[in-house]
Design a protein around this ligand. Structure first.
Ligand code: ADP
Ligand code: MG
Length: 276
């Protein structure tokens, strides 16, 4: 916790990329845990019917558990579904259950179908520094609800062929939501994930992403790490599963960079806390 600036207002960060398997969920849970370990109060909203973020945080999300489905479709208060994450102080999760798969259709006929998550978050009275929303791999009404509720979009990009493919569609959706429903929305952060510095492909993709997005790309990238991929099967983030691993340190560093940027402090990579 020391030396980590806390935002003046709750920062609501939408983790989105309609491609599956690029590291959205991994990034959501590990960044959230990192921010909490840095002393922030953080809520993860699991908006993917797969419930992978809930699983990775060790949160019970079997079919009967009060979940984000009840919030979106039944207008249940968010406070009634939020659970604390064991082992990480200050970290909370609004879980997804399998019935969320039906919400995409059920939302269509409801009033204010695009802003149901926003309303739920606005009525939530617990103090929070960050809300991180883990989106499903699609641009349907669940993702639109996240974009309407949020201020910032964080796009994880996997360093592989076709990394930028399909991003145009996400960026157009962000523009549409900004223009019609949420004027504060912007892409604040690009995070390179599963980065393997030994391959030329990874460094080429990284260079391409940096020239395309510029300042939004975090200096810190996340390495490919077995420890990161193992952690969810223990219901843990890599921050508690293997705190000294390169994966844990890189997420802690990414969290620090995001926190500093949020208060307008430019990040100095030479001050990085990651050891060699
Ligand atoms: P998404 O939510 O975008 O579908 P996930 O976060 O579920 O993507 O990641 C897809 C797969 O890649 C998962 O099996 C996850 O464990 C693995 N993975 C994600 N990031 C890393 C990483 N840095 N190193 C190794 N495996 C990773
Ligand atoms: Mg996911």
């Amino acid at each position: 916790g020391e030396g980590m600036p806390r935002p003046e207002q709750t920062r609501i960060v939408v983790v989105a990329n309609q491609k599956g398997g690029v590291g959205k969920t991994t990034t959501t849970v590990n960044l959230a845990a990192s921010l909490a370990l840095h002393g922030a109060r953080v809520l993860v909203v699991d908006l993917d019917p797969q419930g992978n973020a809930s699983t990775a945080l060790g949160i019970d999300h079997h079919a009967d558990v009060p979940s984000i489905y009840d919030v979106l479709v039944e207008s249940r208060p968010l406070s009634e579904v939020v659970q604390p994450v064991v082992d990480v102080e200050g970290l909370f999760c609004a879980p997804a259950t399998i019935d969320l798969a039906g919400a995409e259709i059920e939302l269509v006929s409801l009033v204010a179908r695009e802003s149901r998550l926003e309303r739920a978050i606005q009525s939530y009275e617990q103090p929070l520094d960050y809300i991180l929303i883990d989106c499903p791999p699609s641009l349907g009404l669940l993702t639109v609800n996240a974009l309407v509720a949020g201020q910032e979009v964080l796009i994880p990009i996997q360093c592989e062929y076709y990394a930028l493919e399909g991003l145009g569609q996400l960026l157009r959706n962000v523009d549409l939501v900004r223009g019609h429903l949420n004027p504060t929305l912007h892409v604040s952060t690009i995070l390179l994930t599963m980065y393997d510095g030994r391959t030329r492909l990874a460094s080429q993709v990284a260079e391409e992403v940096r020239s395309h997005f510029g300042e939004e790309v975090l200096r810190t990238s996340i390495p490919r790490s077995v420890r990161i991929s193992e952690a969810p099967s223990y219901g843990q983030t890599v921050l508690t599963y293997d705190p000294g691993s390169s994966g844990a340190l890189s997420y802690l560093e990414a969290a620090r960079e995001i926190a500093l940027r949020g208060v307008g402090i430019s990040y100095d990579a030479t001050q990085a806390h990651i050891g060699a």
